[in-house]
Write a protein of this length. Structure first.
Length: 172
């Protein structure tokens, strides 16, 4: 486990030649805007030879901003094979996350009301418009007065997407 964040010159960092993740100019601009607004809060992960493990987009943003140095964490506990695998794992696991659309919609609405420039949050104008429209919609009322509440049958296997109603709630 890395124990500390270090500050290294940007020129010292070596991008991984086989990095499968791409960064469009628009995304690099978004990362740069985030760094300007919030600071360089997510260090670049490197190996002991200054090879980037995670943070290629952050390096591109640092260069775009003309930064001379940036925060890094040295992951010297990984084997060569683990390092190569983690480069893929780090990107893929981030992609596997989902969104609870109601939560960012409400939070973005609150932030906008507080005067936050939403252009720095990474959503396109169209995505922001759609999310903010969701925040304006009244929540649908859940009418449970006509739900039939059954006891779950004993020793009966459940099927995918099957719903069970219980006295205290519903299990899907």
């Amino acid at each position: 486990m890395a124990r500390r964040i270090e500050i290294w010159p940007v020129e010292r960092l070596v991008p991984y030649a086989k990095n499968a993740r791409t960064h469009s100019p628009d995304q690099v601009a978004q990362i740069a805007a985030s760094i300007v607004e919030f600071g360089f809060v997510n260090p670049i992960l490197v190996d002991t030879n200054a090879g980037i493990i995670a943070g290629h987009g952050r390096l591109l943003a640092a260069r775009k901003l003309g930064l001379g140095e940036c925060p890094v964490m040295v992951l010297d506990h990984l084997s060569e094979t683990q390092r190569r695998a983690y480069i893929i794992v780090d990107n893929k696991l981030a992609q596997n996350a989902g969104w609870d659309d109601a939560t960012p919609a409400a939070e973005l609405g609150d932030l906008e009301a507080e005067g936050v420039d939403l252009s720095v949050v990474g959503f396109s104008d169209e995505e922001l418009e759609e999310l903010l429209a969701k925040d304006d919609e009244p929540e649908a009322a859940t009418d449970t007065s006509e739900e039939v509440v059954l006891d779950a049958p004993e020793n009966r296997p459940s099927k995918c997407r099957q719903a069970w109603n219980f006295r205290r709630g519903r299990l899907v």
